[in-house]
Design a protein around this ligand. Sequence first.
Ligand SMILES: [Zn+2]
Length: 121
Amino acid sequence: MTKLQAVINHKCPRCRQGNIYPNSMFSLNYAKMNETCSHCGLKYEIEPGFFWAAMYVSYVLMVAELVNAGILAFYFFGEKDQWWIIGTTISPVIVLFTFNFRYARTLLLHFLSPIQYNKEL
Ligand SMILES: [Zn+2]
């Protein structure tokens, strides 16, 4: 499994086999994380408060969504329909909040933590 596939499928950054989340992105328990990897035993929260840093990753994701949606809204609605532009700009962040929450943590684990991939696990 490549790193991109592991990120897309929310797999463990060390073994790329175990799931980070036990539930679907669309379930009510979307935020519940496994404490350790079921395959290699890696503890995901490598230090207390580690996932607070995911707020910064989530911020980057939301800004990217807001900017793109804002440009598209401005392109389609023009300058006169301000409420349509505001609604269209904000809606992706509201609709994609579970996506942002989960991918912020997954991206943090894969790209901004000291955990290295070990293919022998
Ligand atoms: Zn693992």
